[in-house]
Design a protein around this ligand. Structure first.
Ligand code: GLC
Length: 559
C-alpha cells in the first residue's frame, strides 16, 4: 500500500518546508481598543509572546475591509484593512514587528468570492451591460430557473440568488453575501494578480488561497446531484481550467517573489494533489489536504484509520511536492476536544501528545492559536451563543425543513467552528484578558485556570512543552526532511514512527488512548536518548521494542 521512497536527502531545501506556521485568528486573539473584537494592535502587543513560541511563520486570517458576514471571508476592498482591525499603518507596523523578530507573514487571499458590498459586485449587479458584469456568474431569468447548485451557507442550500435589478440569478457557493467571482474572465484574473502584487510588494511572505479549488467552474452549470451535499467538493473542486489559472498566477506573481503558496484543499485524489504542488508544474508550494482533519467525528475515530491516512499522504509526497500537517484551524473545533481528551485528567497530556504528532511529522506543521495552551471547546448549548453564520444558516435550514434541531445542536457542541474561535485565554482577569469590553463571542469559562500566564510559570505546562517541541524541530532537520516510516502498524492504541536523515534517526511513540499501552518498535537499540516526553521523570524503557506508555504518553527518542 505504501510506495517506496527515494533518499530524502535529495529533497530540495526550502524555508517554507522548514517553517512552523502559527495561525492567528485576529478577531479572537487580542483586542487593544475595548470594542470586543481582536485587532492588529492587539497582535502587535503580543509579538514577543509569538516570538517566544518558536514559530517562524504567521498565517493571518483575512484582515481586509469587510462587512463581516463571514468574519472577513467576504472582502469589500482587497487593498484596505477592516475598520475593526485597524489601519494600513497598523498593518505595516505588524509586518515590521514580525520581520524584526525573524518571523514571516502569510496572508489569506479570498478570491473564490468577494463580498456583495465590493465595488465590483455593486457595478456588476447594476446592469447587464456594465463592464463588471462578467466579474461574477449570472444566469438570466428568461432562461428559466438555473439547475440546482448546492450552497454551503445558504438557508435554503440554494447557490443561486435571484436579483430583481437585472432579472437574473447570481452564483454563491457560500453565503448570499459572498458572490462567486468569475475566474473564466481574464480581466478578473489580472485584477487578482494585481492585488497579490500589492501585498507582495509590501513585503509579505506568502498566500493561503481560500477555497481556491472551487474557483474554476463548468459554466454550463449542470445540476448538482441532490443527496451529495456532504461530499460537495467532489463536484465543485478542480474545475476545468484550475491548473491553467494557477500556472498563470505562478508566472504573474509567485515566480517574481520569494513567497510561499498554499491553497485550501488538495483536490479529490493524489493526482490532483500532486499536480497542484509538483515543482515541475510551477503551481503551488504545498498541499493542504483535509482527509486527516476530517477523521474526528463526535462518535470518535479509530487510530488505525488515522495512521493509515497520514501514512498514505506521506507516501504520496515522499518524492515530489510537499504536504501541510495540521489537525485544527479556524474552521474546526478545538484540537484537544476533537482528537484528544478534554477531560481535566487528560487534557494536558493528550494536548501535548497531539502537538508532538504535529511537530514531528514530515510536512510543514500548521498550528492553530490557543492550541499551545490546550484550549478546549466552548460547547455552547444555546443557539444564541453561536456567531458562525454557516452554523446559524444550517440551524435555520433544519428548523425550516422540520429536521431535528436538538440533534444539530448536540453536533454543534462538538464540531461547530465557533468552538475554535472563542477568545484567546491570556490570563485570569475579566474576559481572559482578551478585551476590556464585551467580547464578540463568549469566553470559555475555564479561562480562570486555563490561560497563558498560568502556564508561563509552570515548566511542565502545555505552553512550555510546545516551546520545547518547536525548538526540537528547528534544531533537527531530520524532523523536517527525514524519511517517515510507520512501525507497529496494527497497534490500535499507539502511533509509532521513525524519521531518518543522513544517518540520524528519531523514534516517535504516541499513545492515543486513555489507558496504559505498549509500543512494539522492533528496534533493539541500546543507546537511545529520550529527547522529550510529556510526563515528568518517565521511567526508562527496558527495551525499545517494548515501551510501556501511560495514557496519552508521547516520547521522542534519538536512536
Ligand atoms: C474557507 C474558509 C472559511 C470560510 C469559507 C468561505 O473555507 O476557511 O472560514 O468561511 O472559505 O470563504
Amino acid at each position: 500500500m505504501f510506495c517506496t521512497r527515494k533518499n530524502t536527502t535529495q529533497v530540495e531545501k526550502k524555508w517554507w518546508k522548514e517553517a512552523i506556521v502559527y495561525q492567528i485568528y485576529p478577531r479572537s486573539f487580542k483586542d487593544s481598543d475595548g470594542d470586543g473584537v481582536g485587532d492588529l494592535k492587539g497582535i502587535i502587543s503580543k509579538l514577543d509572546y509569538i516570538k517566544s513560541l518558536g514559530v517562524t511563520v504567521i498565517w493571518l486570517n483575512p484582515i481586509y475591509s469587510s462587512p463581516n458576514d463571514d468574519n472577513g471571508y467576504d472582502v469589500s476592498d482587497y487593498r484596505n484593512i477592516m475598520k475593526e482591525f485597524g489601519t494600513m499603518a497598523d498593518f505595516d507596523a505588524l509586518l515590521k514587528g514580525l520581520h524584526d523578530r525573524g518571523i514571516k507573514l502569510v496572508m489569506d487571499l479570498v478570491v473564490n468570492h468577494s463580498s456583495d458590498e465590493h465595488e465590483w459586485f455593486k457595478q456588476s449587479r447594476s446592469s447587464r451591460t456594465n463592464p463588471y458584469r462578467d466579474y461574477y456568474h449570472w444566469w438570466n431569468a428568461e432562461r428559466g430557473k438555473p439547475p440546482y447548485r448546492y450552497s454551503l451557507f445558504d438557508i435554503n442550500h440554494d447557490a443561486w440568488r435571484y436579483d430583481t435589478v437585472t432579472n437574473a440569478y447570481y452564483l454563491h457557493y457560500f453565503s448570499p453575501k459572498q458572490p462567486d467571482l468569475n475566474w473564466e474572465n481574464p480581466k478578473l484574473r489580472q485584477e487578482v494578480y494585481s492585488i497579490m502584487k500589492f501585498w507582495a510588494d509590501k513585503g509579505i511572505d506568502g498566500f493561503r488561497l481560500d477555497a481556491f479549488q472551487f474557483v474554476a467552474k463548468d459554466t454550463t452549470f449542470p445540476a448538482f446531484p441532490k443527496g451529495f451535499e456532504n461530499t460537495f467538493w467532489l463536484y465543485y473542486a478542480m474545475g476545468p481550467h484550475l491548473h491553467d489559472y494557477l500556472q498563470e498566477m505562478n508566472k504573474e506573481v509567485f515566480s517574481k517573489y520569494d513567497v510561499m503558496s498554499v491553497a485550501e484543499g488538495a483536490g479529490n485524489n493524489f493526482t490532483d494533489a500532486h499536480n497542484l504542488v509538483d515543482t515541475n508544474r510551477k503551481e503551488l508550494n504545498m498541499a493542504y489536504a483535509f482527509e486527516g482533519v476530517d477523521i474526528a467525528k463526535s462518535s470518535g475515530y479509530s487510530l488505525l484509520h488515522f495512521k493509515e491516512v497520514f501514512t498514505r499522504w506521506d507516501s504520496a509526497f515522499a518524492n515530489n511536492g510537499w504536504l501541510s500537517i495540521f489537525l485544527a484551524n479556524h474552521d474546526q473545533a478545538r484540537l484537544v476536544s476533537r482528537f484528544g481528551n478534554d477531560n481535566p485528567q487528560f487534557r494536558e497530556v493528550s494536548s501535548k501528545m497531539l502537538s508532538t504528532f504535529i511537530l514531528t511529522m514530515r510536512g510543514t506543521p500548521y498550528y492553530y492559536n490557543g492550541d499551545e495552551l490546550g484550549m478546549t471547546n466552548a460547547g455552547f448549548t444555546n443557539i444564541e451563543d453561536y456567531r458562525d453564520k454557516a452554523s446559524l444558516a444550517e440551524y435555520q435550514h433544519v428548523k425550516n425543513t422540520g429536521g431535528d434541531v436538538q440533534k444539530l445542536l448536540n453536533e454543534m457542541q462538538f464540531s461547530c467552528r465557533d468552538n475554535g474561535r472563542t477568545p484567546f485565554q491570556w490570563d485570569s482577569t475579566a474576559n481572559a484578558g482578551f478585551t476590556t469590553g464585551t467580547p464578540w463571542i463568549k469566553v470559555n469559562p475555564n479561562y480562570t485556570t486555563l490561560n497563558s500566564i498560568a502556564q508561563e510559570t509552570n515548566s511542565n505546562s502545555c505552553l512550555n512543552y510546545f516551546r520545547q517541541l518547536t525548538k526540537l524541530r528547528r534544531d533537527n532537520p531530520v524532523l523536517v526532511y527525514g524519511k517517515y516510516t510507520l512501525l507497529d502498524a496494527a497497534n490500535p492504541s499507539v502511533y509509532t514512527y521513525t524519521r531518518e536523515l543522513d544517518g540520524v534517526k528519531f523514534l516517535i511513540v504516541l499513545n492515543f488512548s486513555a489507558v496504559t499501552a505498549q509500543a512494539h518498535t522492533a528496534i533493539e537499540s541500546s543507546n537511545a536518548t529520550l529527547l522529550l516526553c510529556n510526563y515528568i521523570n518517565p521511567p526508562a524503557a527496558p527495551s525499545l521494542n517494548n515501551i510501556t506508555l501511560k495514557p496519552y504518553e508521547a516520547r521522542v527518542y534519538k536512536l
